[in-house]
Design a protein around this ligand. Structure first.
Ligand code: M6R
Length: 352
């Protein structure tokens, strides 16, 4: 059941601290600063990584790509339906990672099968034990989010982000002690957002809008895309996400007083540039909502601030995303949408 919540989506958002604890359990040796994923026994550091996925899982892939790149492993993410293993060179040193909650998405399975045929080493990062992806990939690593009923992916995205964080650390060696320590604290940071988020009070002021834009840089860029997808999927409002630096290359023409802009601002990376982008939309009178771990720095550039705890720059976006999940949920709720079953969409997309 929904454990007293009105919707599965709300319940699944609330389950994230637990889901992440399950995902981390037995996998992180904080003192030794090491990660162990016994299911990947025999898998060596690849010469490059290709991630294939759809929708929300694609956004998790983009997040993972950045983690691999920072650790010196070239990585690239593909929308699964656009992936062609025949034209992107792969060999056995190429690790192709299919990221899929259900493990049954037809586009992702097609990409995975192509990678298998082309001789790549393949890995499924999935939530469903013994799913098609888990069976057909050479290796499987489970995200352990637990059953996700709502069509909108929420806790599975957080668990994918954490699993890819562990994977990158396991394959390339952790970059910093701090990163693993902060991953361990992530459930508490998310709980703090769940307990204190003011986003519900904000949606009333944002209901009348032409469109909603989401921007972020670096690790936050995929979360900007995800924030927009979640909002459009369940509220039916027009929403778009961009890397913040892209605003001035086109989207800025759409920015008016009727287009709220959600800006993800990390206090540790790209802070000044992102605030620079925020000023550009502010000058066009767009209502700015900053999601940030440095509220004092951002305050005077934003109409509203949604605070998240200060943490490692690769962990902050996982927490910030929870504010955007709650935003989508409460906005769709205010509009009376059928949140768990949005029109035209299915939980598992088994057609190509
Ligand atoms: O099961 P998968 O992760 O392969 O599903 C991929 C997409 O269909 C899925 O993430 C979709 O975008 C969600 N409904 C988004 O909330």
């Amino acid at each position: 059941g929904k454990s007293g919540y009105d919707h599965y989506m709300r319940k699944e958002i609330a389950e994230q601290p637990r889901a992440i604890r399950d995902c981390l359990r037995g996998r992180v040796e904080e003192l030794a600063a090491s990660v162990s994923l016994p299911e990947l026994e025999g898998l060596e550091e690849p010469s490059s990584v290709q991630l294939v996925a759809c929708g929300t899982s694609y956004h998790a892939g983009l997040f993972g790509e950045r983690l691999f790149q920072r650790r010196g492993i070239p990585a690239q993410t593909f929308v699964a339906s656009e992936y062609d293993a025949g034209s992107v060179p792969v060999d056995e040193d190429t690790l192709v990672v299919a990221v899929t909650q259900s493990g049954e998405t037809a586009d992702t399975m097609q990409a995975l099968r192509g990678a298998n045929r082309a001789g790549a080493t393949t890995l499924a990062v999935t939530n469903v034990v013994a799913s098609s992806a888990a069976r057909e990939a050479e290796y499987a690593c489970y995200v352990r989010a637990g059953p996700e009923i709502s069509v909108a992916a929420t806790k599975s995205f957080a668990s994918q982000q954490v699993t890819l964080s562990l994977l990158a650390s396991a394959l390339a060696g952790p970059q910093s002690h701090e990163f693993l320590r902060e991953l361990r604290r992530l459930p508490d940071y998310i709980q703090a957002v769940l307990d204190r988020s003011s986003v519900r009070d904000l949606v009333g002021e944002l209901l009348d809008a032409d469109a909603y834009f989401f921007v972020g840089r670096g690790y936050n860029a995929p979360v900007a895309l995800e924030g927009a997808l979640k909002l459009k999927e369940i509220s039916y409002r027009h929403a778009e996400g961009f890397p913040a630096g892209e605003l001035k290359h086109g989207p800025l023409a759409l920015v008016t007083a009727e287009t709220p802009v959600f800006a993800l601002v990390s206090g540790r990376e790209h802070t000044a540039e992102t605030i620079g982008n925020v000023k550009e939309v502010q000058a066009r009178r767009a209502p700015v909502v900053a999601v940030t771990d440095v509220p004092e720095t951002v305050e005077r550039h934003a109409e509203f601030v949604l605070e998240v705890p200060e943490t490692h720059p690769a962990v902050m976006p996982i927490v910030a995303n929870v504010q955007l999940q709650l935003l989508a949920y409460w906005l769709a709720n205010a509009l009376g949408r059928p949140i768990d079953k949005p029109r035209n969409l299915a939980k598992s997309v088994t057609v190509r």
